[in-house]
Design a protein around this ligand. Structure first.
Ligand code: SF4
Ligand code: SF4
Length: 325
């Protein structure tokens, strides 16, 4: 089988997860509305998967889990999803960013539209690019330092069980429902910048992506180029959304590689470019790669459910007190 099918398959998976995220968002909105309307609208169970959007709460839960030995029942799904995403990144590069994350999906749709508009995408001057890429690592250091080192264990526990943390998901919903002028300007600015430049939010600002990128450097699979069969056409370098000079590499170690397989699916020289395991002998076929990304991600959530670490144990009465009128 050729490799052309890989990108339509990836886009199908991406948009499937995006629509699923939208569904979760709508269900969560209806859940909140029930309490805010004083019970005038029908009750909809809270979709626990919404906790995928609480990575900071997950980091706090991680510290609390390591200290206490048990996963807190406030946002258990947040920690389960976080650990699953870390596992996916460790095993399969930053594939979460290019196969599952809805922000990555929208970002990609924007730079592709920009490509159609301008007939090309642009790259920032090298020094500026390096400096801007540092922002996401600076943000990551800030969060890791503040949560893992600066906060005492008892402070973390008290935060985890606080009303503020219990309603972190509601606060996030409110943020998007009532965007301030500044937030709207920032989001619009980023969306506009995403037309000429590929994935600026993921590349420059996302601390989650920075963490996954660092973890992905230990991944046993990497894009690997076979010098003997490569015809040096440069297509792999041109199509890479992370601006990695793939043609100049034998093995792509970069933390910016998002495992999208675009370089592999566009390469026309048989056997020149493949995802290979350490040792460079065993090929991880693109279809298998796709199946593994989805199965590990889905499997992680199923393990969370099966072990009772999924459903938030906040009673209806408690929600009525926290978010009701
Ligand atoms: S697209 Fe394939 S043949 Fe062309 S430079 Fe890259 S690896 Fe070599
Ligand atoms: S190196 Fe290949 S798999 Fe990695 S980001 Fe670039 S195009 Fe995608």
């Amino acid at each position: 089988m050729g490799k052309r099918y890989l990108q339509p398959l990836r886009i199908l998976v991406q948009w499937g997860f995006l629509f699923f995220s939208l569904y979760l968002g709508i269900q969560f909105y209806r859940f909140v509305l029930h309490f805010r309307s004083g019970g005038a609208t029908s009750f909809v169970p809270r979709p626990d998967g919404i906790e995928a959007f609480l990575p900071i709460s997950a980091l706090l839960s991680l510290k609390e889990w390591l200290a206490s030995g048990s996963i807190n029942p406030v946002h258990p799904a947040a920690l389960v999803i976080f650990l699953t995403v870390v596992a996916v990144s460790f095993l399969l590069k930053r594939s979460f960013c290019s196969w599952i994350c809805p922000v990555g999906t929208l970002s990609e749709a924007l730079w592709k539209s920009g490509f159609n508009l301008f007939r090309r995408n642009f790259r920032l001057p090298r020094r500026m690019d390096v400096a801007l890429r540092g922002i996401k690592f600076a943000l990551l250091c800030f969060f890791l330092y503040s949560i893992l080192f600066a906060m005492a264990p008892e402070q973390v526990t008290s935060f985890v069980y606080s009303d503020y943390n219990k309603t972190a998901d509601v606060r996030l919903l409110d943020f998007f429902l009532h965007l301030s002028g500044i937030s709207l300007t920032v989001i619009a600015g980023l969306a506009l910048l995403s037309l000429p430049v590929r994935n600026p939010f993921c590349r420059f600002l996302c601390p989650y992506g920075a963490l996954l990128g660092l973890i992905s450097m230990f991944s046993p699979v990497k894009v690997t180029r076979e010098g003997k069969t490569c015809v040096s056409c440069g297509v792999c370098t041109q199509v890479c959304p992370s601006y990695i000079p793939v043609m100049a590499k034998e093995r792509v170690h970069s933390e910016e590689c998002i495992g999208c397989l675009r370089c592999i699916s566009h390469c026309r020289a048989e056997g020149a470019l493949e995802m290979k395991l350490t040792g460079r002998k065993i090929v991880v076929n693109g279809f298998l790669f796709a199946v593994l990304v989805v199965l590990i991600f889905w499997g992680g959530t199923l393990v969370g459910k099966a072990t009772g670490h999924w459903h938030a144990e906040i009673a209806k009465g408690e929600y009525a007190r926290l978010i009701g009128r």
